[in-house]
Design a protein around this ligand. Sequence first.
Ligand SMILES: CC(C)(COP(=O)(O)OP(=O)(O)OC[C@H]1O[C@@H](n2cnc3c(N)ncnc32)[C@H](O)[C@@H]1OP(=O)(O)O)[C@@H](O)C(=O)NCCC(=O)NCCS
Length: 161
Amino acid sequence: MQRSDLRADLGLVLRPLSAADAGRYHRVVQANRAHLTQFGNYEEEVAGTERDFAEGFATPGHRYGIWRGGELIGRIDLVAVDPPRYGFGFWLAAHATGCGYATAAGAALLAHARDELGASDVYAGVTHGNDRSVAVLRRLGFQPIVDFDDYTRFHRPLAGV
Ligand SMILES: CC(C)(COP(=O)(O)OP(=O)(O)OC[C@H]1O[C@@H](n2cnc3c(N)ncnc32)[C@H](O)[C@@H]1OP(=O)(O)O)[C@@H](O)C(=O)NCCC(=O)NCCS
């Protein structure tokens, strides 16, 4: 466990994604193409090459691999859209769903956002029909604030919580 890793419940570790993870990350994305694109999202992710990911992960950001034991089972991000306001995104490999891992990873990253980054607000957009993602956000204390044609924007205040 490195200093910048975050521990989450259920034995998970969130580890900053680095260029060294690109090959493994690419393989997990490719193995989950249909799962990731089922609501029309992540098209760019499944088109990404190992080299694209190596270059992307080498730039500054708050991107974490979700690790269970020695296995990369997903990804969770804070996006510095307008600090102290951040965007939030996450996915799990299909075989790792149904165990509470996204909620556990999300709780750890929100605590980090509040305590270490001084985040005041976190926002997430969910495509209509993605009920499992909505359930994760609701368990994490997000509320819907705006409905657009394709998606709903959710908000979680962190300041003073
Ligand atoms: C969205 C996504 C991460 C949700 O995954 P998920 O497994 O449903 O969410 P969690 O990991 O929080 O697990 C919750 C489930 O685990 C169950 N669970 C089992 N053991 C648990 C435990 N110890 N603690 C908590 N929940 C547990 C819960 O009951 C719940 O199951 P249910 O939905 O049947 O009630 C996943 O569907 C996904 O990767 N989708 C594709 C990508 C995507 O859409 N990302 C979001 C974009 S906004």
